[in-house]
Structure formats: C-alpha cells, structure tokens
Design a protein around this ligand. Structure first.
Ligand code: NIG
Ligand code: FE
Length: 388
C-alpha cells in the first residue's frame, strides 16, 4: 500500500471510455488522432477517481438535532435507544416517495462527483419493510443510469429491527430470509448483501443466516463488523468469504488474522469515528499484518454526514497513522477491491475504465494535507469530461 507509482510530466490516453496509454511524455511517439480532446493538466495532478465503497447516502430527513445532542455529550447508542438514530431516518424514508429519494440522492451524487468520487456503493436499510426496502433498491438501481457515477447497490434489510418487530425479532429475520432476499435476488436489485452485525442488532448467528441466504441468490456478502463491540463479525466475514468487513473499530487479533488469511478487504470509516467521537480502527495493525485496507465515507445522516473522500484521507493520516500513500491506495484500488471491481477501476492502468480526476495542487499529498477545501478541477468518467 506504500508502493505508489508517481509519474512526472506524464500523460494518459483515453479511447472509448478506457485507458489505452499511460506514461511519461518523452515516450509518447504518436500524434493525437482527429476528434480527440486534449486536456492540459500541467502543474496539476491526475489521479484515479475515488471509489466510495460504503455509503448509506439514500435517506430522507436529517439528524442535525442528534448532532447537537451529541455535542452536549449524548452518545450514538443513547440516542438510538431513545428511538432516534437509524429509526429516526426510517420514519422519513418510509414517508418519502421513490422520486423524492432519487432527487436528493442525485443531488448528492453530483456533489460527490465534484469532490472526485467516480464510483459509489449505496445501501438500502432505511426502509426495513418489504415495500420500502424494495423502493430504496429500485431507486438506487434507477440512479445507475446517471452517467457521472458508477452506482453499486447493496441490500441491508438487516440494518436495525423496525419498531413493529421490536418484540419479535426472529420474525423480522425470517422476513428478510424468506421474503426480502429471494425477491431482491430474483429481480437482481443488489450486488451485495450486508448486515449490521452488532450486539442488540443482528448477532452472529442471524447475520450468518442472512448472508448465506444472500449468497444463494447471488449477492456477495459484506459485514458491518465490530463497530461498537467486538462480536466476531470479522471472523464471520472471513468464514463466509465476504468481499469486505467494514468499520472494525473493535477488531481483535484473531479477527485480524482471520481477515488476512481469507483475503477479506478491511474497509475503515475514519469519518464515523471522527463524527461520533469514537475510537479509531487499528489501521496500522491491520496494514502491518498484511490485510488490504480500504477507506470509505459511510456517508449517512447519523454517523458521518460527509461524502468527501479527501477529508477521509486526512483523518486516516492524522488520526489513524496511515501514510498519504496508504490513504490513496485505500480510497482507490483497495476500495475497488472491496466492491470486487479492482480489475476495471481504482488505478490508472491500460485497459481500465477512464475514471480520472484532476487536482489543482503542487503535490498529490495536498489532497490529504490541505484539508477542508476542494482541489478537484476536473472529473473524467469513462473518458467523458464532466461539468464541475
Ligand atoms: O455504518 N452502523 C450502522 N449503520 C451506519 C449508521 C447509519 C445511521 O446511523 O443512520 C454506519 O455507521
Ligand atoms: Fe455503514
């Protein structure tokens, strides 16, 4: 993850949406064919577009009030137990139309593109009944046609227990396994199936059951693991062959070993620890143990109200002791691996999709170093230059 190739005075050729040449300009022996657009990026930096591999960015309403309560010492868990948190957002998402959900999400996608993100995963999980989970997934899938962004849909019906199942949690697990997953699978509405594997949410046994059913229907597993307590979600992710185990603030030594041996990507979410004032995931230990680490925003109204991947890089470097090189790999190539897409996106390589960003900075490290401002001056998606 520290091995980043930086080329000076270099160029990239994109044809039909793909990268067909990359190198230093003294090796460029051809003339540009007619009809090609030349972008002068001299004095600037060209990077692969960011891959935000974990978001809950489709929502309605907001949780500014909870943010204010936390500023006075209330914790995320206390707010959730009092009926706020995920359940607060569910009330608003259930009341929202598909059109409304799409409209707000599209606005966010457009802003994310301007901050350099070219691929994003979006989870359901704020509907928590059959109709509303399907409504969310259909809305997410309909956004796949927006050409500025690759959208990857994830089903997470197991995000919380809805209020109407509070006294009959097993019945909700059955609903997910027997009704939601088969429908989502049959209609191909999700690439991944995720669970919030956590004490008081979906514990190991139910999480495993849900993820196994998802697998049967062609959805690759992902796990929200060890966010608030060490429960064994990392070991579960390893056992089940998950694409990624996410959060991992409380991952144990055994969990780290299991992730490494199974080749599961550890997706860390620096913005969540920052926003909730929680401890950080042991990024150094994970990387030094040989686990592939990705970082993502987790953009959602409760635990991280930010979609800025450069901001996540800054937090990763200052709070988690990742090097800028590691933070860059974590938010591009390793994040692509967390979505099983590392062969097509995440780096500037011949044959990969031409998803590129241009930053007006004297050194690429400024993306993390000069924080709180947007340095991106151009976003190129599948070879098309987008309007910023
Ligand atoms: O990744 N941990 C569970 N889910 C989200 C939080 C979602 C919310 O609070 O609305 C997370 O942090
Ligand atoms: Fe999450």
């Amino acid at each position: 993850m520290r091995n980043v190739d930086i080329l000076n005075n270099a160029g990239v050729l994109c044809e039909n949406g793909k990268i067909t040449w990359v190198g230093v300009m003294e090796d460029w022996k051809r003339t540009l064919p007619d009809g090609f657009t030349e972008i002068d990026a001299s004095g600037k930096v060209v990077l692969p577009g960011f891959v935000d591999s974990h978001t809950h960015m489709m929502f309605a309403g907001n949780r500014a009030h909870e943010f204010a309560l936390r500023s006075q010492g209330a914790t995320y868990q206390q707010i959730a137990e009092a009926g706020g948190g995920i359940l607060n957002t569910i009330t608003h998402v259930r009341a929202a139309s598909k059109k409304e959900l799409k409209k707000q999400t599209l606005r966010f996608l457009n802003a994310m593109m301007k901050h350099g993100t070219t691929t994003v995963e979006i989870k359901s999980g704020y509907g928590l009944d059959f109709d509303c989970e399907v409504k969310m997934l259909e809305a997410i899938n309909e956004l796949k046609d927006e050409e500025m962004m690759t959208v990857v849909p994830t089903f997470i019906g197991a995000h919380a227990y809805p209020p109407e199942y509070k006294q009959k949690k097993q019945a909700y697990v059955e609903l997910i396994v027997e009704k939601m997953i088969p429908y989502v699978g049959k209609k191909k509405l999700a690439v991944f199936c995720d669970v919030f594997c956590e004490k008081g949410y979906f514990e190991i046994e139910d999480s495993e059951k849900i993820l196994n059913e998802g697998k049967k229907w062609g959805m690759a597993p992902k796990v929200h693991a060890e966010e608030l307590n060490p429960l064994g979600g990392a070991e579960l992710a390893a056992r089940i062959g998950a694409a990624s185990a996410d959060h991992l603030e409380h991952v144990t030594e055994q969990g780290i070993t299991a992730l490494r041996e199974a080749g599961v990507v550890a997706t860390l979410l620096p913005g969540v620890s920052f926003f909730l004032n929680h401890g950080y995931a042991p990024a150094r230990k994970l990387i030094d143990s040989g686990v592939a680490v990705a970082i993502a925003s987790d953009f959602n109204p409760g635990s991280c109200m930010s979609y800025s991947m450069p901001m996540m890089m800054t937090i990763a470097c200052t709070q988690m002791r990742m090097t800028p090189e590691e933070a860059l790999v974590a938010s591009t190539l390793n994040a692509a691996a967390a979505l099983n897409m590392a062969s097509t996106i995440g780096s500037i390589e011949v044959g990969k999709n031409a998803d590129l960003i241009i930053a007006d900075v004297p050194d690429w490290k400024y993306l993390a170093y000069h924080f709180g401002t947007n340095h991106i001056v151009a976003t190129i998606k599948n070879g098309t230059i987008l309007e910023l």
